[in-house]
Ligand binder design. Structure first.
Ligand code: GRF
Length: 195
């Protein structure tokens, strides 16, 4: 059984998709803990599904490095095979990434390397493209620059707002994430081969 720790900052709808998939007895992965950098709304999913949660508040530490060390300590307690950043909106210090790589994944609401960064949906709309997408990548030292594990295109519709487009992208992102987790658990995807 693949052990997952999921880190979030927001509502955790992608996390919830994973929790739902993992409810199925045949699904070969379980979320063993949910972490956040603030008291994120999505931590409520943990309560609902009976999964332990932890918060390592960024503001409580003197430096990004000190915060990252504590976050890494907390994550390591759960003996995870893969750590997933799912709407985790805080840059991680290099030591954190190096300690977990390549078993550290991020989901991103654009077809990387197009539109990296915190506003991937907004930037795609502003660029006036006819399609954008969703990606799951291995986290490396850069911002959304790591090897791509899976990605899919999503059309931009004429009347799209940022929220509407993001909602449609998230549907795809969730499915990609579940498929990637399944692929890793079934050894169809080897993250070491990608790095
Ligand atoms: C996702 O689109 C993720 O890629 C982005 O923020 C969104 C998180 O949504 N960085 P949720 O918290 O899973 O609802």
């Amino acid at each position: 059984m693949l052990r997952l720790v999921v880190l979030i900052s927001g509502g955790g709808s992608n996390l919830r998709a994973l929790l739902d998939a993992a409810e199925h007895p045949d699904f070969p992965a379980r979320v063993v803990a949910i972490g956040a950098d603030l008291p994120a709304d999505g931590l409520a999913h943990g309560e609902e599904y009976g999964i332990p949660t932890f918060v390592v508040p960024f503001g409580a530490f003197e430096s990004r490095e000190a915060w990252g060390e504590e976050l890494l300590d907390q994550v390591r307690q759960w003996d995870a095979d893969v750590v997933i950043l799912s709407g985790f909106m805080r840059l991680l210090p290099p030591a954190f990434v190096e300690a977990l790589s390549p078993n550290l994944l991020n989901t991103h609401p654009a077809y990387l390397p197009e539109f990296p960064g915190a506003h991937g949906v907004r930037d795609a709309l502003a660029a006036g493209v006819s399609e954008t997408g969703a990606s799951v990548i291995v986290v490396d030292a850069g911002v959304d620059t790591g090897p791509i594990v899976a990605q899919e295109r999503v059309p931009v519709l004429p009347d799209d707002t940022e929220a509407r487009l993001h909602d449609r992208i998230k549907l795809v992102e969730r499915e990609l994430l579940v498929q990637v987790v399944l692929g890793i658990a079934n050894h169809r995807i080897d993250l070491k081969d990608l790095t």
